[in-house]
Design a protein. Structure first.
Ligand SMILES: [Mg+2]
Ligand SMILES: [Zn+2]
Length: 225
């Protein structure tokens, strides 16, 4: 790990299940339970359906008139993982760029991150349109030509903007939306399914529970010496 830190680190942090304790899309579907969401999730988890297609289909099950309810539910029920403020403070103190790369949706990602003062151009997530009868997800950060994964919000497209020869690229994540990016970066801080995936593929990773664990490991890098 010491070697990899000679270049300045840049952090790409997942939102659902990483910054927040649970996946907010799954929580919304479980709570409001629109008929038909469960097979869609099963197909996404089994990698039979792309995240973009599946997430689009699930939200299309919900009427746009529920916007307030959906937003309120996430804001009231999402918990932030311990140590998140400490990690942001560490990044500021050391001049390390911190990006939120989220497969979540703008209507809950931005309000939940509001208290933390992350610049909006450092937050990447999907968009939403409540003007039609049903909720339509928009994809302002879709895959570029180098990614054929149909991600929705394409983390690898963003990661590739930071060339490997100039940055130590570090991803923090937990699940399917992080699988493609994990293969690109120098180091993964992982939880849950992403830990299993990194183990299977032999990718350099450090399992973590709170963001204090992440700070603890970052402190040991010699990138600023
Ligand atoms: Mg996640
Ligand atoms: Zn992609």
């Amino acid at each position: 790990m010491t070697d990899s830190f000679r270049k300045p680190p840049v952090l790409f942090c997942d939102f659902d299940g990483t910054i927040t304790l649970n996946d907010n899309i799954v929580a919304l579907m479980k709570h409001f339970n629109p008929p038909g969401w469960e097979p869609i999730v099963r197909d996404i988890v089994a990698l039979k359906k792309s995240v973009r297609q599946g997430v689009g289909e699930m939200f299309a099950l919900l009427p746009s008139s529920m916007k307030e309810e959906l937003t309120a539910y996430v804001l009231e029920n999402a918990g932030i993982r311990d140590g998140f403020s400490e990690l942001l403070a560490w990044c500021r103190e050391h001049g390390v760029e911190f990006y939120v790369t989220s497969g979540g949706i703008d209507f809950f990602v931005y309000p939940l991150l509001e208290p933390f003062g992350i610049p909006h151009d450092h937050i990447f997530c999907n968009g939403s349109d409540f003007s039609g009868e049903r909720v339509r997800i928009t994809w302002p950060h879709a895959c570029d030509d180098a990614c054929d994964n149909d991600c929705g919000m394409c983390k690898t497209t963003i990661i590739r903007r930071f060339p490997q020869d100039r940055f130590t690229r570090i991803m923090i994540g937990d699940s399917i939306t992080d699988f493609a990016g994990a293969k690109l970066v120098d180091l993964v801080f992982s939880r849950s399914h992403l830990t299993e995936r990194c183990r299977e593929l032999g990718l350099p990773h450090i399992p973590f529970e709170t963001f204090r664990d992440v700070v603890h490991h970052l402190e040991q890098g010699d990138w600023n010496s």
